[in-house]
Write a protein that binds this ligand. Structure first.
Ligand code: ZN
Length: 414
């Protein structure tokens, strides 16, 4: 995507500011003169930053303002123990509320809605972001937080909640509990705003039909405000994001090269207005693509779009010289009739060549139907991912399930 001139100005200003502030980016960019950033190509030479950098800056090394300007901190969990602390100024908090308000608006939510918020409150940015946006919109926020299903359903009925904000797994649990209690007719929900975890299209369809609501994927991460930086509209052509606040790039996670629009890779975010903790070329490790803008969204918004998050780029494997992401395989399978969402990829080295076997569960029973399905899968994977696979259709339930994160790729080459 071509960078706007205004974006380039915003980036130059931000670099000037972080260099003057001391802290992490002053060190990282000490040899960069903002005036040397005159084009998108110049910008794309700037170094990336990573979660590890943010952790190393613990506690407040990321801050680009005097401590007296910080009105709040949030923290994202670090798997290695040290958390990342993200400081917010008053303007950052207001901006986040505005971004979230826009998200609700894109989802068709208005001030007449009653927004039932189940994500948690606290250091984590989830619940409070949903609330700020609701209040800014002028809707009624119902700040439930997670857990206590009985109370959730009671409040949904009594308060007449019209919008449910939840993770996909909690939305599904609530849907099942409503069904169990046979009280669907007393629930007024019309929309679900679902964020924070990756969820397949099949789970999405289940939540939508069981709750009887229209669903919206909301995207965000604590390092960049929190949830509320991108959302799909009713046409589901990807998630619209706000390019006056954020600059998105998609890169090849191995080489760091910026990819053309439409190609799948890692989302990299640069903040354009953040004061407390600006980020420059922050690697999210989220797998997505920028939706080419040659076909505008039917909603008429000029906002750019990214695809729904298809997984983490850390799961990437390189086979036959091609980068393959499990999320990408899943994306192809979801459009193939007869293929379920359960699959596994086995990579082997045979006769001096890499071989990919793709096991896919199917409800199809006859040998003929399964052979036809395998051929479709083979052709579709070849045309989309440009790699040859040997598909094997297997019975539903044949592939092992795991409680925790499902392993999709088994690499036996080494
Ligand atoms: Zn749209």
């Amino acid at each position: 995507m071509k960078m706007k001139k205004k974006t380039l100005d915003q980036i130059r200003r931000q670099i000037t500011r972080v260099r003057a502030a001391g802290g992490f980016y002053a060190k990282r960019l000490k040899n960069i003169d903002p005036e040397d950033i005159q084009s998108q190509a110049d910008f794309e030479k700037l170094p990336f930053s990573e979660k590890a950098d943010l952790r190393d800056a613990y506690p407040l090394g990321l801050s680009a303002v005097p401590a007296s300007e910080i009105v709040r901190i949030h923290s994202s969990s670090g798997t290695t123990g040290t958390p990342c602390i993200i400081p917010y100024t008053k303007k950052d908090v207001e901006d986040w509320a505005e971004l979230f308000r826009r998200c609700y608006e894109i989802a068709g939510i208005t001030k007449d809605d009653r927004i039932h918020i189940t994500p948690g409150y606290g250091l984590w940015t989830a619940g409070i972001g949903f609330q700020l946006g609701a209040e800014k919109l002028g809707a009624m926020a119902i700040p439930m937080g997670p857990g206590n299903t009985d109370k959730q359903i009671q409040f949904m009925k009594d308060m007449g909640s019209t919008v449910l904000c939840a993770t996909s797994s909690y939305a599904l649990l609530l849907a099942e509990e409503i069904e169990k209690r046979k009280c669907r007719d007393r629930i007024k929900l019309t929309k679900g705003v679902i964020g924070s975890e990756r969820w397949g299209p099949k789970m999405r369809a289940r939540i939508a039909s069981e709750l009887g609501v229209e669903l919206f994927d909301i995207y965000g991460l604590t390092e960049v405000y929190g949830p509320g930086i991108a959302i799909n509209c009713e046409y589901e052509t990807g998630m619209h994001y706000f390019d006056d606040f954020l600059y998105f790039e998609v890169i090849d996670p191995k080489t760091g090269k910026v990819l053309p629009d439409g190609e799948l890779g890692e989302l990299v975010i640069t903040t354009l207005q953040k004061e407390g903790a600006p980020l420059i070329r922050y690697r999210t490790h989220d797998l997505t693509r920028i939706i080419p803008d040659d076909v505008p969204c039917p909603c008429g918004r000029k906002l750019p779009r990214i695809d729904v998050i298809l997984g983490r780029t850390d799961d990437m494997v390189k086979v036959k010289g091609v980068n393959i992401f499990p999320g990408q395989v899943e994306d192809v399978l979801k459009d193939i009739e007869g293929a379920s969402s359960e699959y596994q990829i086995f990579i082997d080295h045979e006769n001096g060549k890499d071989k990919i076997t793709l096991f896919v569960e199917t409800p199809l029973k006859t040998k003929k139907a399964r052979r036809a399905l395998e051929k479709t899968i083979k052709d579709r994977i070849k045309s989309v991912i440009n790699v040859g696979v040997v598909p094997m259709a297997v019975e539903i339930g044949d592939l092992p399930r795991s409680e925790k994160k499902t392993t999709r790729v088994f690499d036996y080459r080494y």
